[in-house]
Design a protein. Structure first.
Length: 483
């Protein structure tokens, strides 16, 4: 299916964010997008969308082709077809058809990424032979660098084009494109536009992300490193990684990121994409994290990589990293059957107001556990009973005064975050009477308290807390997770 109106509008708005003074000039395009017909159809009048590829070599020259229909030297381009997923994909298809250049021979430009460098409006003369009256083309022009030092061989489409020429920016045939190129500072030399992070723990394991199995994403259904593409607002590739982690895995905080290597990959559009890979150490449990994208996160030792659906380049990257960063500790092991294992005891306050809403706290971003995530008022038992622990934690964390006689057991989750983690007895106590109003008394742990309806809990909530609430509402006193 051709590019949707939503995609075209968002592309136009991204362009106008750079060039707000062109909004009036593109008013006709806005009218076409608001009209009844397909804005990409060549039958759409008084104008329709076309796409072009601006290919830039190391000498800051742009590829021009001689178009037989007009006799002009222009950048490769033409009409959008029904098979084009995006406007950028249409430009790449036209380039391949007219010049024989494959997308893998090109890289995105770091200045424009997938946004057009220029949207040009030009008049097209009537063509009685095709039954086409005078109309306008709204040409979306996407800039690409050559991936290699030397230009690839050009195979011209004899039917429509004749001759190819590489022109310096100052001699580019289109005035609007020429002005954009001279202003943009494009040097023709590829640099990383995506970033990934290789997360490892002290035991030498690697945190891998199982991607959704959707055909329109990069490497669907495979295990991969966390990361993503740079966006215009990212001041650096490290900022790209931190934004991607905050969006996709809130609560996963890496204090230090170290550049490790630059790799090349082929993206969903077929382009060659340089990727800056960072290295970061983390020793937490992925089972405690909220995953907003993909299927799961899991630790894997090197000896298990051959059992995964993993791109060979990623496996090679992990092995190279492992040779430079040997383990600093033994990998956590599951206890043998019948062995004595200490279980951590955690207590949790299930507190309801008069409307049946449950009290939850938003954990501080720098919290050692579940930062930026909602959770019960909770704590670990010290040398005290579980009820005494709850009474103490409620006073210390929120200024709530609870009498031990008013505490009743609501639910217990026997939890194991992963195969090597210490098992935990997470005890949830219900309290129906208390004194005080919840207030933040430990600002380094909690940002604020809020009452939540059990039917509308926050998305970013500790998974076993959500599970425990569901079990309390169902009247279940005991459950298990992670075994």
């Amino acid at each position: 299916m051709p590019p949707t109106r939503t995609h075209i509008r968002s592309t136009v708005e991204a362009y106008l964010a750079r060039h707000p003074h062109e909004r009036t000039a593109l008013a006709g395009l806005s009218a076409v997008l608001d009209g009844p017909g397909d804005p990409c159809s060549r039958t759409a009048l008084p104008g329709h969308v076309t796409c072009s590829a601006v290919v830039i070599d190391r000498d800051r020259r742009v590829l021009h082709l001689g178009h037989k229909a007009t006799g002009l030297l222009l950048a490769p381009g033409g009409h959008v077809e029904a098979s084009d997923r995006t406007l950028l994909a249409a430009a790449l298809r036209e380039l391949h058809e007219e010049a024989g250049i494959q997308p893998v021979s090109l890289c995105p430009t770091p200045q424009f990424l997938s946004a057009p460098i220029d949207i040009d409006v030009h008049d097209i003369d009537a063509n009685p032979a095709k039954g086409e009256p005078t109309h306008q083309h709204y040409d979306f022009r996407f800039a690409f660098y050559l991936a290699a030092d030397q230009p690839p061989a050009i195979a011209l489409q004899d039917e429509e084009v004749a001759g190819a020429e590489w022109r310096p920016f100052a001699d580019v045939s289109s005035p609007t494109l020429r002005a954009k190129l001279l202003e943009a500072g494009l040097d023709g030399r590829p640099e990383p536009v995506n970033a990934s992070v290789l997360i490892h723990d002290d035991a030498g394991r690697y945190l891998l992300h199982l991607r959704d199995n959707h055909p329109d994403i990069w490497e669907p259904g495979t295990f991969a490193l966390l990361g993503g593409g740079r966006k215009p607002g990212d001041p650096s590739l490290e900022a790209t990684i931190r934004r991607e982690l905050a969006e996709g895995v809130p609560g996963l905080h890496l204090p230090d990121l170290t550049p490790f290597t630059v790799e090349e990959a082929t993206n969903v559009d077929g382009l060659c994409v340089p990727i800056q890979t960072f290295s970061g150490r983390w020793n937490g449990s992925p089972d405690t994290l909220q995953l907003n994208e993909g299927v799961l996160l899991h630790w894997f030792p090197l000896e298990m990589l051959h059992r995964l659906r993993l791109p060979p380049s990623t496996a090679d990257l992990l092995h190279r990293h492992a040779t430079q960063h040997p383990p600093q500790a033994e990998a956590p092991q599951s206890p043998a059957a019948g062995g004595t294992v200490r279980n951590v005891i955690g207590v949790h306050l299930y507190l309801e107001d008069d409307e049946g809403r449950i009290l939850l706290g938003l954990r501080h971003p720098d919290s050692a556990y579940a930062g930026r995530t909602w959770h019960f008022l909770a704590g670990h038992c010290e040398r005290e009973s579980a009820v005494q622990c709850l009474v103490r934690e409620a006073l210390e964390e929120a200024g709530l005064v609870i009498g031990p006689a008013d505490v009743e057991h609501a639910h217990t989750v026997h939890l194991r975050d992963n195969a090597g983690a210490e098992p935990r007895m997470q005890i949830v106590f219900r309290v129906r009477r208390w004194k005080g109003t919840p207030e933040v008394r430990e600002s380094d742990k909690c940002l604020g308290w809020k009452w939540w309806s059990p039917k509308a809990l926050p998305q970013t909530i500790v998974p076993y807390a959500r599970w425990a609430i569901e079990q309390v509402l169902a009247g279940q006193p005991y459950s298990e997770m992670g075994w």
